[in-house]
Design a protein around this ligand. Structure first.
Ligand code: SAH
Length: 250
């Protein structure tokens, strides 16, 4: 689909739908689309539809469905557990997370995080991901979670995953992340520390929770670089391994 894309939450989906608020303004004011235009809508849960605009007023846009397609979740799913860091760089990562098809982004409060997680920012982070999804037309939005209680919450959430990987810059005896680990079928949780590194307490908790260390090379990377590279490698490996797409049963 080459049409510009907009976001419509799954509960609002139907044969005749209405875009409101920011999405309606984006369509009518920024893109200057009008009655008769064709657009794509995505619901963030795997559905992508082609719609025709049938009415535009100040705050609402009416559309009718022409055709729709469901995309299954990828077979290899990556949950990125990223330590809280400065907002501007996290925004960059949230956008890349949608482009590179992250299944989930968990932002956790680390002992050495530079700032505290503010629950009030959740909506703006979600908006950032929606903007990224519209741009690249990924019909799946990553699940976003804030984990203010830190590493214990990461361990609990990761306990049902198929793989748990600790990205660690220490070089001795830490194997490189490879396509045998990344991009495998099922849910893989990758945990990335803050700029100040993991605390001993956090390393012990991750070890107890079954996280296995993996390196991304010889240089110490900034946390968003490490997270984007790791997710990029997962994405690349999932194409190599044939797990980038899913089957409809998932
Ligand atoms: N402890 C370090 C810096 C941490 S960098 C210090 O204070 O000097 C932030 C996070 O990015 C790390 O906790 C790790 O999860 C990840 N990271 C950075 N470079 C990495 C590498 N080469 N391999 C794997 N993970 C890396």
């Amino acid at each position: 689909m080459n049409e510009p894309a907009f976001y419509l939450p799954p509960e609002c989906w139907g044969a005749e739908v209405c875009l409101r608020g920011q999405e309606a303004r984006h369509l009518a004011k920024s893109m200057r689309l009008d009655k008769g235009s064709r657009v794509a809508l995505l619901d963030g849960h795997g559905r992508l539809g082609r719609f025709r605009v049938c009415g535009v007023d100040r705050e609402n846009v009416q559309l009718e469905l022409l055709e729709e397609q469901m995309f299954p979740r990828p077979a290899a799913r990556a949950a990125m557990a990223l330590a809280a860091s400065r907002a501007v760089r996290r925004g960059f990562f949230l956008e890349k997370a949608v482009e590179l098809g992250a299944h989930a982004v968990w932002i956790w409060q680390a002992d050495h995080s530079q700032n505290r997680l503010a629950p009030s920012s959740e909506q703006s982070w979600r908006s950032r991901m929606i903007a990224g999804a519209k741009q690249c037309k990924n019909p799946w939005l990553p699940e976003l979670r804030l984990l203010p209680k830190g590493i214990g919450e990461v361990a609990v959430l990761a306990s049902s995953a198929d793989r748990r990987v600790l990205l660690w810059e220490m070089q001795e005896n830490v194997p490189l992340l490879s396509a045998d680990t990344a991009g495998q079928e099922g849910l893989s949780v990758y945990v990335v520390g803050p700029e100040g590194g993991f605390s001993q307490r956090e390393l012990a908790a991750l070890d107890a929770a079954g996280f296995v260390p993996a390196s991304l090379g010889r240089r110490v990377l900034r946390c968003e670089t490490a997270a984007a590279l790791c997710l990029g490698l997962h994405w690349w490996a999932s194409h190599l391994n044939g797990t980038a797409t899913g089957n409809a049963a998932q």
